[in-house]
Design a binder for this molecule. Sequence first.
Ligand code: ASP
Length: 582
Amino acid sequence: MYRSHNCGELNLSDINKEVTLSGWVAKVRDKGFVIWADLRDRYGITQLIFDEERTPKEIMETAKGLGREFVVQITGTVIERTSKNPNIPTGEIEVLVTAIKILNQSLVPPFTIEDQTDGGEDIRMKYRYLDIRRNPVKENLIFRHKVAIEVRKYLSDEGFIEVETPYLIKSTPEGARDFVVPSRMNEGQFYALPQSPQTFKQLLMVGGMDKYFQIVKCFRDEDLRADRQPEFTQIDCEMAFVEQEDILNVFEGLTRHLLQEIKGVTVDSFPRMTYDDAMKKYGNDKPDIRFGMEFGELNAVAQHKEFGVFNDAELVVGIAVPGAATYTRKEIDALIDWVRRPQIGAKGMVYVKYNADGSLKSSVDKFYDSNDLAEWAKITGAKPGDLICVLSGDANKTRTQLSALRMELATRLGLRKNNEFAPLWVIDFPLLELDEETGHYHAMHHPFTSPKPGQLELLDTDPGAVKANAYDLVLNGNEIGGGSIRIHDTDMQATMFKHLGFSPEEAKAQFGFLMEAFKYGAPPHGGLAFGLDRLVAILGGQETIRDFIAFPKNNSGRDVMIDAPSPIDEEQLKELKLNISL
Ligand code: ASP
Protein backbone atom coordinates (compact mmCIF):
# COMPACT_ATOMS: atom_id res chain seq x y z
CA MET A 1 0.00 0.00 0.00
CA TYR A 2 1.56 3.25 -1.10
CA ARG A 3 -0.80 5.48 0.84
CA SER A 4 -3.62 5.51 3.35
CA HIS A 5 -4.58 9.10 2.53
CA ASN A 6 -3.78 11.66 -0.13
CA CYS A 7 -1.86 14.88 0.51
CA GLY A 8 -4.92 17.12 0.51
CA GLU A 9 -7.28 15.55 3.01
CA LEU A 10 -5.86 15.38 6.54
CA ASN A 11 -7.15 17.86 9.13
CA LEU A 12 -7.70 18.26 12.89
CA SER A 13 -10.16 15.36 12.94
CA ASP A 14 -7.27 13.04 12.04
CA ILE A 15 -5.06 13.97 15.01
CA ASN A 16 -3.02 11.03 16.38
CA LYS A 17 -3.82 8.83 13.40
CA GLU A 18 -1.00 6.88 11.89
CA VAL A 19 -1.00 7.61 8.14
CA THR A 20 1.00 6.71 5.06
CA LEU A 21 1.40 9.28 2.28
CA SER A 22 3.18 9.28 -1.07
CA GLY A 23 4.03 12.27 -3.22
CA TRP A 24 6.61 14.75 -4.42
CA VAL A 25 8.79 16.86 -2.17
CA ALA A 26 7.73 20.40 -3.01
CA LYS A 27 9.90 22.22 -0.52
CA VAL A 28 12.34 21.49 2.34
CA ARG A 29 13.14 23.85 5.19
CA ASP A 30 16.12 22.58 7.14
CA LYS A 31 16.63 24.34 10.47
CA GLY A 32 19.20 21.76 11.65
CA PHE A 33 17.38 20.33 14.64
CA VAL A 34 14.05 20.38 12.85
CA ILE A 35 13.23 19.87 9.19
CA TRP A 36 9.93 20.61 7.49
CA ALA A 37 9.06 19.27 4.06
CA ASP A 38 5.98 19.90 1.95
CA LEU A 39 4.68 16.74 0.32
CA ARG A 40 2.60 17.33 -2.80
CA ASP A 41 0.23 15.25 -4.91
CA ARG A 42 -2.72 16.08 -7.15
CA TYR A 43 -4.94 16.62 -4.13
CA GLY A 44 -2.85 19.08 -2.15
CA ILE A 45 0.09 19.59 0.14
CA THR A 46 0.77 18.10 3.55
CA GLN A 47 3.53 19.39 5.79
CA LEU A 48 5.92 16.77 7.14
CA ILE A 49 8.00 17.38 10.24
CA PHE A 50 11.20 15.65 11.33
CA ASP A 51 12.81 16.73 14.61
CA GLU A 52 15.87 15.62 16.49
CA GLU A 53 14.01 14.88 19.71
CA ARG A 54 11.29 12.65 18.28
CA THR A 55 12.63 11.39 14.93
CA PRO A 56 15.08 8.47 14.75
CA LYS A 57 18.54 9.47 13.58
CA GLU A 58 18.61 7.58 10.26
CA ILE A 59 15.27 9.12 9.27
CA MET A 60 16.67 12.54 10.14
CA GLU A 61 19.61 11.75 7.83
CA THR A 62 17.33 10.71 4.96
CA ALA A 63 15.32 13.91 5.44
CA LYS A 64 18.48 15.98 5.14
CA GLY A 65 19.17 14.38 1.76
CA LEU A 66 15.74 15.17 0.29
CA GLY A 67 15.73 17.29 -2.83
CA ARG A 68 12.97 19.07 -4.69
CA GLU A 69 10.63 16.72 -6.61
CA PHE A 70 11.99 13.56 -4.98
CA VAL A 71 9.22 10.98 -4.83
CA VAL A 72 8.82 9.65 -1.31
CA GLN A 73 6.58 7.51 0.81
CA ILE A 74 6.29 8.31 4.47
CA THR A 75 4.50 6.94 7.49
CA GLY A 76 3.87 9.11 10.51
CA THR A 77 1.49 10.49 13.08
CA VAL A 78 -0.86 13.40 12.45
CA ILE A 79 -0.22 16.17 14.98
CA GLU A 80 -1.53 19.69 15.44
CA ARG A 81 0.69 22.44 14.05
CA THR A 82 1.90 25.20 16.29
CA SER A 83 1.88 27.78 13.54
CA LYS A 84 -1.13 27.15 11.32
CA ASN A 85 -1.67 28.01 7.65
CA PRO A 86 -5.30 29.03 7.08
CA ASN A 87 -4.81 29.09 3.30
CA ILE A 88 -4.75 25.33 2.71
CA PRO A 89 -7.15 22.61 3.88
CA THR A 90 -4.36 20.68 5.64
CA GLY A 91 -2.96 23.85 7.22
CA GLU A 92 -3.80 22.98 10.81
CA ILE A 93 -1.91 19.69 10.95
CA GLU A 94 1.45 18.19 10.11
CA VAL A 95 2.75 14.64 10.02
CA LEU A 96 5.55 13.64 12.39
CA VAL A 97 7.46 11.17 10.24
CA THR A 98 8.30 7.75 11.67
CA ALA A 99 9.35 6.01 8.46
CA ILE A 100 10.47 7.27 5.07
CA LYS A 101 11.30 5.62 1.78
CA ILE A 102 12.67 7.41 -1.24
CA LEU A 103 10.76 5.94 -4.18
CA ASN A 104 12.62 7.95 -6.77
CA GLN A 105 15.09 10.79 -6.96
CA SER A 106 14.75 13.84 -9.16
CA LEU A 107 17.06 16.17 -10.98
CA VAL A 108 16.65 19.78 -9.92
CA PRO A 109 13.66 20.91 -12.00
CA PRO A 110 14.38 23.61 -14.59
CA PHE A 111 11.77 25.92 -13.07
CA THR A 112 10.01 26.21 -9.75
CA ILE A 113 6.90 24.09 -9.45
CA GLU A 114 4.75 26.71 -7.82
CA ASP A 115 1.66 28.69 -8.78
CA GLN A 116 3.87 31.64 -9.70
CA THR A 117 6.78 30.00 -11.44
CA ASP A 118 10.06 31.46 -12.62
CA GLY A 119 9.84 29.40 -15.83
CA GLY A 120 9.03 31.08 -19.15
CA GLU A 121 6.58 29.58 -21.64
CA ASP A 122 9.22 27.81 -23.76
CA ILE A 123 10.88 25.96 -20.95
CA ARG A 124 7.54 25.03 -19.41
CA MET A 125 6.40 23.56 -22.75
CA LYS A 126 9.60 21.55 -23.06
CA TYR A 127 9.02 20.10 -19.60
CA ARG A 128 5.23 20.12 -19.80
CA TYR A 129 4.99 17.10 -17.47
CA LEU A 130 6.56 19.26 -14.75
CA ASP A 131 4.32 22.18 -15.66
CA ILE A 132 1.31 19.91 -15.18
CA ARG A 133 2.39 19.45 -11.54
CA ARG A 134 1.69 23.16 -11.02
CA ASN A 135 -1.77 24.06 -9.70
CA PRO A 136 -2.86 26.44 -12.48
CA VAL A 137 -2.20 23.89 -15.23
CA LYS A 138 -3.51 20.96 -13.22
CA GLU A 139 -6.69 22.82 -12.34
CA ASN A 140 -7.31 23.77 -15.97
CA LEU A 141 -7.09 20.12 -16.98
CA ILE A 142 -9.48 19.13 -14.22
CA PHE A 143 -11.81 21.94 -15.29
CA ARG A 144 -11.74 20.67 -18.87
CA HIS A 145 -12.60 17.21 -17.63
CA LYS A 146 -15.63 18.59 -15.77
CA VAL A 147 -16.89 20.39 -18.86
CA ALA A 148 -16.43 17.27 -21.00
CA ILE A 149 -18.31 15.14 -18.45
CA GLU A 150 -21.21 17.63 -18.36
CA VAL A 151 -21.35 17.64 -22.15
CA ARG A 152 -21.52 13.85 -22.22
CA LYS A 153 -24.14 13.77 -19.47
CA TYR A 154 -26.37 16.33 -21.13
CA LEU A 155 -26.21 14.90 -24.62
CA SER A 156 -26.57 11.33 -23.43
CA ASP A 157 -29.66 12.31 -21.43
CA GLU A 158 -31.04 13.91 -24.59
CA GLY A 159 -30.68 10.60 -26.40
CA PHE A 160 -27.43 11.22 -28.26
CA ILE A 161 -25.09 8.27 -28.84
CA GLU A 162 -21.34 8.80 -28.88
CA VAL A 163 -19.90 7.07 -31.93
CA GLU A 164 -16.23 7.09 -32.90
CA THR A 165 -15.33 7.81 -36.49
CA PRO A 166 -12.00 7.07 -38.20
CA TYR A 167 -8.95 9.32 -38.31
CA LEU A 168 -7.42 7.84 -41.43
CA ILE A 169 -9.83 9.09 -44.05
CA LYS A 170 -10.21 11.00 -47.26
CA SER A 171 -10.28 14.77 -47.42
CA THR A 172 -13.26 16.61 -45.91
CA PRO A 173 -13.19 20.20 -47.00
CA GLU A 174 -13.62 22.47 -43.98
CA GLY A 175 -11.62 25.29 -45.46
CA ALA A 176 -8.13 24.26 -44.37
CA ARG A 177 -5.34 22.15 -45.79
CA ASP A 178 -5.33 18.45 -44.92
CA PHE A 179 -2.67 16.70 -42.93
CA VAL A 180 -1.86 13.59 -44.93
CA VAL A 181 -0.54 10.18 -43.94
CA PRO A 182 1.19 7.98 -46.50
CA SER A 183 -0.13 4.44 -46.82
CA ARG A 184 2.54 1.71 -46.86
CA MET A 185 0.14 -0.96 -48.07
CA ASN A 186 -1.22 1.21 -50.86
CA GLU A 187 1.86 2.60 -52.50
CA GLY A 188 1.75 6.20 -53.54
CA GLN A 189 -1.58 6.74 -51.80
CA PHE A 190 -2.42 8.86 -48.82
CA TYR A 191 -4.98 9.15 -46.11
CA ALA A 192 -6.08 12.57 -44.94
CA LEU A 193 -6.65 13.24 -41.25
CA PRO A 194 -10.18 14.57 -40.72
CA GLN A 195 -10.64 18.32 -40.60
CA SER A 196 -13.86 17.19 -38.91
CA PRO A 197 -15.96 14.01 -39.02
CA GLN A 198 -18.45 15.85 -41.24
CA THR A 199 -19.14 13.23 -43.89
CA PHE A 200 -19.09 10.36 -41.39
CA LYS A 201 -21.68 11.92 -39.15
CA GLN A 202 -23.90 12.48 -42.16
CA LEU A 203 -23.43 8.81 -43.08
CA LEU A 204 -24.39 7.89 -39.50
CA MET A 205 -27.67 9.69 -40.14
CA VAL A 206 -28.16 7.68 -43.32
CA GLY A 207 -27.36 4.71 -41.07
CA GLY A 208 -30.28 5.61 -38.83
CA MET A 209 -28.33 6.59 -35.67
CA ASP A 210 -30.68 9.59 -35.36
CA LYS A 211 -28.71 11.53 -32.73
CA TYR A 212 -24.93 11.33 -32.79
CA PHE A 213 -22.23 13.09 -30.86
CA GLN A 214 -18.52 12.67 -30.35
CA ILE A 215 -15.85 14.54 -28.45
CA VAL A 216 -13.29 14.24 -31.17
CA LYS A 217 -9.92 15.44 -32.42
CA CYS A 218 -9.88 17.39 -35.68
CA PHE A 219 -6.80 18.24 -37.73
CA ARG A 220 -6.30 21.32 -39.88
CA ASP A 221 -3.06 22.35 -41.49
CA GLU A 222 -3.42 26.12 -41.32
CA ASP A 223 -0.96 28.88 -40.73
CA LEU A 224 -1.33 29.17 -37.02
CA ARG A 225 -2.93 32.45 -36.23
CA ALA A 226 -2.79 33.44 -32.60
CA ASP A 227 -4.18 30.77 -30.35
CA ARG A 228 -5.00 28.09 -32.90
CA GLN A 229 -3.82 24.51 -32.68
CA PRO A 230 -3.26 22.18 -35.64
CA GLU A 231 -5.11 19.49 -33.71
CA PHE A 232 -8.05 20.55 -31.61
CA THR A 233 -11.15 19.03 -30.09
CA GLN A 234 -14.74 19.40 -31.16
CA ILE A 235 -18.03 18.43 -29.59
CA ASP A 236 -19.40 17.14 -32.87
CA CYS A 237 -23.13 16.45 -33.28
CA GLU A 238 -25.66 15.46 -35.89
CA MET A 239 -29.42 14.86 -35.78
CA ALA A 240 -31.91 13.40 -38.25
CA PHE A 241 -35.44 14.59 -39.00
CA VAL A 242 -34.75 18.06 -37.68
CA GLU A 243 -35.12 21.62 -38.79
CA GLN A 244 -32.78 24.43 -37.81
CA GLU A 245 -35.02 25.35 -34.88
CA ASP A 246 -34.75 21.86 -33.36
CA ILE A 247 -30.98 22.00 -33.43
CA LEU A 248 -30.77 25.50 -32.01
CA ASN A 249 -33.02 24.45 -29.14
CA VAL A 250 -30.98 21.38 -28.20
CA PHE A 251 -27.67 23.23 -28.22
CA GLU A 252 -29.05 26.29 -26.52
CA GLY A 253 -30.03 23.76 -23.84
CA LEU A 254 -26.51 22.35 -23.72
CA THR A 255 -25.01 25.83 -23.43
CA ARG A 256 -27.43 26.80 -20.67
CA HIS A 257 -26.64 23.55 -18.87
CA LEU A 258 -22.90 24.17 -19.03
CA LEU A 259 -23.17 27.77 -17.86
CA GLN A 260 -25.40 26.66 -15.00
CA GLU A 261 -23.41 23.61 -13.89
CA ILE A 262 -19.93 24.95 -14.46
CA LYS A 263 -20.34 28.65 -13.71
CA GLY A 264 -23.57 28.84 -11.73
CA VAL A 265 -24.77 31.37 -14.30
CA THR A 266 -28.39 31.40 -15.50
CA VAL A 267 -28.71 32.85 -18.98
CA ASP A 268 -31.85 34.98 -19.37
CA SER A 269 -32.06 35.42 -23.05
CA PHE A 270 -30.51 33.66 -25.98
CA PRO A 271 -30.96 36.08 -28.85
CA ARG A 272 -30.89 35.15 -32.51
CA MET A 273 -29.41 37.63 -34.90
CA THR A 274 -29.14 37.34 -38.64
CA TYR A 275 -25.70 37.47 -40.18
CA ASP A 276 -26.70 40.65 -42.03
CA ASP A 277 -27.77 42.33 -38.78
CA ALA A 278 -24.62 41.25 -36.97
CA MET A 279 -22.51 42.77 -39.73
CA LYS A 280 -24.56 45.96 -39.78
CA LYS A 281 -24.68 46.46 -36.01
CA TYR A 282 -21.30 45.10 -34.97
CA GLY A 283 -19.27 44.72 -38.16
CA ASN A 284 -18.60 41.17 -37.13
CA ASP A 285 -20.26 37.77 -37.44
CA LYS A 286 -19.31 36.95 -33.85
CA PRO A 287 -20.38 40.04 -31.96
CA ASP A 288 -19.65 40.53 -28.30
CA ILE A 289 -23.02 41.74 -27.01
CA ARG A 290 -22.03 42.14 -23.35
CA PHE A 291 -21.85 45.87 -23.97
CA GLY A 292 -23.53 48.33 -26.35
CA MET A 293 -21.53 50.50 -28.70
CA GLU A 294 -23.66 49.41 -31.65
CA PHE A 295 -22.80 50.86 -35.04
CA GLY A 296 -24.72 53.89 -36.24
CA GLU A 297 -24.72 54.36 -40.03
CA LEU A 298 -24.31 58.02 -40.84
CA ASN A 299 -24.47 58.17 -44.66
CA ALA A 300 -27.85 59.93 -44.66
CA VAL A 301 -26.71 62.71 -42.35
CA ALA A 302 -22.99 62.99 -43.09
CA GLN A 303 -22.93 62.86 -46.87
CA HIS A 304 -23.82 65.60 -49.36
CA LYS A 305 -22.06 68.25 -47.28
CA GLU A 306 -18.69 69.72 -48.09
CA PHE A 307 -16.63 66.88 -46.63
CA GLY A 308 -15.24 64.97 -49.64
CA VAL A 309 -13.89 62.00 -47.65
CA PHE A 310 -17.40 61.09 -46.52
CA ASN A 311 -19.03 61.94 -49.81
CA ASP A 312 -16.78 59.47 -51.61
CA ALA A 313 -17.30 56.69 -49.08
CA GLU A 314 -19.60 53.72 -49.56
CA LEU A 315 -20.22 53.70 -45.81
CA VAL A 316 -19.86 56.27 -43.02
CA VAL A 317 -20.32 54.58 -39.68
CA GLY A 318 -19.69 55.44 -36.05
CA ILE A 319 -19.80 54.18 -32.48
CA ALA A 320 -20.34 56.00 -29.21
CA VAL A 321 -17.59 55.23 -26.71
CA PRO A 322 -19.04 55.61 -23.21
CA GLY A 323 -17.40 58.24 -21.03
CA ALA A 324 -14.57 58.89 -23.48
CA ALA A 325 -15.34 62.56 -24.25
CA THR A 326 -12.65 63.44 -21.74
CA TYR A 327 -9.91 61.79 -23.83
CA THR A 328 -7.09 64.24 -24.38
CA ARG A 329 -5.87 65.24 -27.82
CA LYS A 330 -2.93 62.94 -27.26
CA GLU A 331 -5.14 59.99 -26.38
CA ILE A 332 -7.30 60.55 -29.44
CA ASP A 333 -4.25 60.85 -31.68
CA ALA A 334 -3.06 57.55 -30.28
CA LEU A 335 -6.45 56.02 -31.20
CA ILE A 336 -6.16 57.39 -34.71
CA ASP A 337 -2.70 55.88 -35.00
CA TRP A 338 -4.14 52.61 -33.72
CA VAL A 339 -6.79 52.38 -36.46
CA ARG A 340 -4.21 53.38 -39.07
CA ARG A 341 -1.85 50.55 -38.24
CA PRO A 342 -1.58 48.12 -41.17
CA GLN A 343 -3.33 45.39 -39.16
CA ILE A 344 -6.45 47.56 -39.03
CA GLY A 345 -5.90 49.60 -42.16
CA ALA A 346 -8.20 52.61 -41.71
CA LYS A 347 -7.13 55.79 -43.49
CA GLY A 348 -8.11 57.99 -40.59
CA MET A 349 -10.80 58.58 -37.99
CA VAL A 350 -13.22 61.43 -37.42
CA TYR A 351 -14.34 62.04 -33.86
CA VAL A 352 -16.95 64.03 -32.00
CA LYS A 353 -16.70 64.84 -28.33
CA TYR A 354 -20.17 64.94 -26.84
CA ASN A 355 -19.14 66.86 -23.75
CA ALA A 356 -20.78 66.38 -20.37
CA ASP A 357 -22.28 69.88 -20.64
CA GLY A 358 -24.08 68.83 -23.83
CA SER A 359 -21.82 70.73 -26.23
CA LEU A 360 -20.45 68.98 -29.32
CA LYS A 361 -16.93 69.40 -30.62
CA SER A 362 -15.60 67.47 -33.59
CA SER A 363 -12.54 67.10 -35.77
CA VAL A 364 -14.68 68.17 -38.74
CA ASP A 365 -16.28 71.32 -37.30
CA LYS A 366 -15.46 73.06 -40.58
CA PHE A 367 -18.07 70.96 -42.38
CA TYR A 368 -20.68 70.13 -39.77
CA ASP A 369 -22.54 72.34 -37.29
CA SER A 370 -23.85 71.24 -33.92
CA ASN A 371 -27.25 70.30 -35.38
CA ASP A 372 -25.52 67.89 -37.74
CA LEU A 373 -23.43 66.46 -34.92
CA ALA A 374 -26.52 66.11 -32.72
CA GLU A 375 -27.95 63.86 -35.46
CA TRP A 376 -24.80 61.74 -35.35
CA ALA A 377 -25.16 61.47 -31.59
CA LYS A 378 -28.77 60.36 -31.98
CA ILE A 379 -27.92 57.69 -34.54
CA THR A 380 -24.95 56.28 -32.61
CA GLY A 381 -26.83 56.48 -29.30
CA ALA A 382 -24.19 58.77 -27.78
CA LYS A 383 -24.91 60.42 -24.45
CA PRO A 384 -23.25 63.50 -22.94
CA GLY A 385 -19.77 62.40 -21.87
CA ASP A 386 -19.28 60.02 -24.82
CA LEU A 387 -16.84 60.13 -27.69
CA ILE A 388 -18.15 59.30 -31.16
CA CYS A 389 -15.60 57.61 -33.42
CA VAL A 390 -16.41 57.57 -37.13
CA LEU A 391 -14.77 55.60 -39.94
CA SER A 392 -15.59 55.63 -43.62
CA GLY A 393 -14.75 53.90 -46.90
CA ASP A 394 -15.57 50.58 -48.52
CA ALA A 395 -18.50 49.11 -46.56
CA ASN A 396 -17.08 45.69 -45.69
CA LYS A 397 -13.62 46.93 -44.84
CA THR A 398 -14.90 49.84 -42.77
CA ARG A 399 -17.17 47.56 -40.76
CA THR A 400 -14.27 45.26 -39.99
CA GLN A 401 -12.10 48.19 -38.94
CA LEU A 402 -14.75 49.72 -36.71
CA SER A 403 -15.42 46.32 -35.18
CA ALA A 404 -11.75 46.03 -34.24
CA LEU A 405 -11.84 49.50 -32.70
CA ARG A 406 -15.03 48.67 -30.80
CA MET A 407 -13.48 45.54 -29.29
CA GLU A 408 -10.23 47.31 -28.44
CA LEU A 409 -11.98 50.19 -26.70
CA ALA A 410 -14.33 47.87 -24.84
CA THR A 411 -11.33 45.92 -23.58
CA ARG A 412 -9.57 49.11 -22.51
CA LEU A 413 -12.72 50.35 -20.77
CA GLY A 414 -13.13 47.04 -18.90
CA LEU A 415 -16.46 46.28 -20.59
CA ARG A 416 -15.50 42.72 -21.53
CA LYS A 417 -15.97 41.17 -18.11
CA ASN A 418 -14.97 37.54 -17.97
CA ASN A 419 -17.61 36.63 -15.40
CA GLU A 420 -20.43 37.81 -17.66
CA PHE A 421 -21.76 35.51 -20.35
CA ALA A 422 -23.80 36.65 -23.33
CA PRO A 423 -24.44 33.87 -25.85
CA LEU A 424 -26.36 34.33 -29.09
CA TRP A 425 -27.05 32.53 -32.33
CA VAL A 426 -26.00 34.17 -35.54
CA ILE A 427 -28.21 32.70 -38.28
CA ASP A 428 -28.90 32.99 -42.02
CA PHE A 429 -25.27 33.02 -43.13
CA PRO A 430 -24.54 33.44 -46.81
CA LEU A 431 -24.16 30.10 -48.53
CA LEU A 432 -21.18 31.18 -50.60
CA GLU A 433 -18.30 33.51 -50.15
CA LEU A 434 -16.36 35.18 -52.92
CA ASP A 435 -12.64 34.58 -52.88
CA GLU A 436 -11.31 38.00 -53.87
CA GLU A 437 -8.05 36.54 -55.19
CA THR A 438 -9.40 33.83 -57.46
CA GLY A 439 -12.79 35.38 -58.18
CA HIS A 440 -14.38 32.01 -57.34
CA TYR A 441 -17.10 31.29 -54.84
CA HIS A 442 -16.53 28.76 -52.12
CA ALA A 443 -18.79 27.41 -49.41
CA MET A 444 -18.86 29.74 -46.43
CA HIS A 445 -19.57 26.84 -44.06
CA HIS A 446 -18.90 23.69 -46.08
CA PRO A 447 -20.21 22.18 -49.31
CA PHE A 448 -22.81 20.02 -47.54
CA THR A 449 -24.79 22.99 -46.24
CA SER A 450 -28.24 23.49 -47.73
CA PRO A 451 -29.45 26.79 -49.14
CA LYS A 452 -32.58 28.31 -47.61
CA PRO A 453 -35.73 26.99 -49.26
CA GLY A 454 -36.68 28.86 -52.41
CA GLN A 455 -33.24 30.36 -52.94
CA LEU A 456 -31.88 27.76 -55.29
CA GLU A 457 -32.67 29.81 -58.40
CA LEU A 458 -30.53 32.65 -57.09
CA LEU A 459 -27.49 30.38 -57.34
CA ASP A 460 -27.29 31.07 -61.06
CA THR A 461 -28.11 34.77 -60.99
CA ASP A 462 -26.68 36.15 -57.76
CA PRO A 463 -24.72 33.43 -55.91
CA GLY A 464 -23.43 35.80 -53.24
CA ALA A 465 -27.00 36.62 -52.16
CA VAL A 466 -28.05 33.03 -51.42
CA LYS A 467 -28.58 32.44 -47.72
CA ALA A 468 -27.87 29.12 -46.03
CA ASN A 469 -29.52 27.15 -43.29
CA ALA A 470 -26.34 27.76 -41.31
CA TYR A 471 -25.82 29.07 -37.81
CA ASP A 472 -23.05 29.87 -35.35
CA LEU A 473 -23.14 29.96 -31.59
CA VAL A 474 -21.31 33.03 -30.36
CA LEU A 475 -20.23 33.64 -26.77
CA ASN A 476 -18.58 36.85 -25.60
CA GLY A 477 -17.23 37.70 -29.04
CA ASN A 478 -16.00 34.19 -29.81
CA GLU A 479 -17.38 31.68 -32.24
CA ILE A 480 -18.02 28.65 -30.06
CA GLY A 481 -19.31 26.56 -32.87
CA GLY A 482 -21.41 26.33 -35.94
CA GLY A 483 -23.36 24.03 -38.14
CA SER A 484 -26.05 23.73 -40.72
CA ILE A 485 -28.97 21.83 -42.10
CA ARG A 486 -27.45 19.58 -44.73
CA ILE A 487 -28.26 18.75 -48.27
CA HIS A 488 -29.68 15.21 -48.27
CA ASP A 489 -30.48 14.86 -51.90
CA THR A 490 -28.00 13.56 -54.50
CA ASP A 491 -29.03 15.97 -57.25
CA MET A 492 -28.96 18.99 -54.99
CA GLN A 493 -25.53 17.98 -53.70
CA ALA A 494 -24.31 17.58 -57.28
CA THR A 495 -25.63 21.06 -58.13
CA MET A 496 -23.82 22.46 -55.12
CA PHE A 497 -20.52 20.86 -56.13
CA LYS A 498 -20.98 22.27 -59.63
CA HIS A 499 -21.39 25.78 -58.22
CA LEU A 500 -18.29 25.31 -56.13
CA GLY A 501 -16.32 24.61 -59.27
CA PHE A 502 -15.99 20.81 -58.98
CA SER A 503 -16.30 18.95 -62.26
CA PRO A 504 -18.70 15.96 -62.02
CA GLU A 505 -15.63 13.69 -62.13
CA GLU A 506 -13.88 15.53 -59.30
CA ALA A 507 -17.04 15.51 -57.20
CA LYS A 508 -17.44 11.79 -57.81
CA ALA A 509 -13.81 11.01 -57.02
CA GLN A 510 -13.89 12.96 -53.77
CA PHE A 511 -17.47 12.55 -52.54
CA GLY A 512 -18.94 9.75 -54.64
CA PHE A 513 -19.48 7.71 -51.47
CA LEU A 514 -21.68 10.42 -49.96
CA MET A 515 -23.75 11.01 -53.08
CA GLU A 516 -24.15 7.27 -53.43
CA ALA A 517 -25.34 7.01 -49.83
CA PHE A 518 -27.90 9.74 -50.41
CA LYS A 519 -29.51 7.45 -53.00
CA TYR A 520 -30.40 4.94 -50.27
CA GLY A 521 -32.92 6.89 -48.30
CA ALA A 522 -31.00 9.69 -46.61
CA PRO A 523 -33.17 11.37 -43.98
CA PRO A 524 -33.28 15.16 -43.68
CA HIS A 525 -30.55 15.99 -41.19
CA GLY A 526 -28.38 18.69 -39.72
CA GLY A 527 -25.94 19.32 -36.93
CA LEU A 528 -23.16 21.38 -35.57
CA ALA A 529 -19.84 21.29 -33.81
CA PHE A 530 -18.61 23.27 -30.83
CA GLY A 531 -14.91 23.91 -30.31
CA LEU A 532 -14.24 22.33 -26.94
CA ASP A 533 -10.87 23.99 -26.32
CA ARG A 534 -12.22 27.50 -26.81
CA LEU A 535 -15.43 26.79 -24.91
CA VAL A 536 -13.45 25.53 -21.92
CA ALA A 537 -11.10 28.52 -22.01
CA ILE A 538 -14.00 30.99 -22.07
CA LEU A 539 -15.86 29.18 -19.30
CA GLY A 540 -12.60 29.19 -17.37
CA GLY A 541 -12.44 32.97 -17.83
CA GLN A 542 -9.15 32.77 -19.74
CA GLU A 543 -7.94 33.72 -23.17
CA THR A 544 -5.59 31.01 -24.38
CA ILE A 545 -6.75 27.56 -25.38
CA ARG A 546 -3.20 26.26 -24.96
CA ASP A 547 -3.60 26.58 -21.21
CA PHE A 548 -6.38 24.01 -21.30
CA ILE A 549 -4.60 21.45 -23.47
CA ALA A 550 -2.34 18.94 -21.74
CA PHE A 551 0.26 18.79 -24.49
CA PRO A 552 -0.22 21.73 -26.85
CA LYS A 553 1.83 22.70 -29.88
CA ASN A 554 3.63 26.01 -30.21
CA ASN A 555 2.97 28.69 -32.82
CA SER A 556 5.02 26.85 -35.41
CA GLY A 557 3.00 23.69 -34.87
CA ARG A 558 5.82 22.01 -32.95
CA ASP A 559 5.61 19.86 -29.89
CA VAL A 560 8.85 20.99 -28.29
CA MET A 561 8.64 18.34 -25.58
CA ILE A 562 8.72 15.29 -27.85
CA ASP A 563 10.36 17.27 -30.67
CA ALA A 564 7.80 16.69 -33.38
CA PRO A 565 7.56 16.93 -36.31
CA SER A 566 10.91 15.33 -37.09
CA PRO A 567 12.56 13.53 -40.00
CA ILE A 568 11.90 9.81 -40.39
CA ASP A 569 14.63 7.37 -41.25
CA GLU A 570 15.63 6.15 -44.68
CA GLU A 571 14.19 2.73 -44.02
CA GLN A 572 10.73 4.16 -43.34
CA LEU A 573 10.90 6.36 -46.41
CA LYS A 574 11.84 3.37 -48.51
CA GLU A 575 8.96 1.32 -47.17
CA LEU A 576 6.61 4.13 -48.02
CA LYS A 577 8.22 4.63 -51.43
CA LEU A 578 8.74 8.29 -50.62
CA ASN A 579 11.50 10.54 -51.85
CA ILE A 580 12.21 13.75 -50.03
CA SER A 581 13.50 16.59 -52.14
CA LEU A 582 13.96 19.81 -50.27
N1 ASP B 1 -18.09 20.13 -39.54
C1 ASP B 1 -18.41 21.48 -39.18
C2 ASP B 1 -17.17 22.17 -38.60
O1 ASP B 1 -16.22 21.52 -38.23
C3 ASP B 1 -19.49 21.59 -38.19
C4 ASP B 1 -20.82 21.16 -38.71
O2 ASP B 1 -21.26 21.64 -39.75
O3 ASP B 1 -21.45 20.35 -38.03
O4 ASP B 1 -17.14 23.38 -38.49
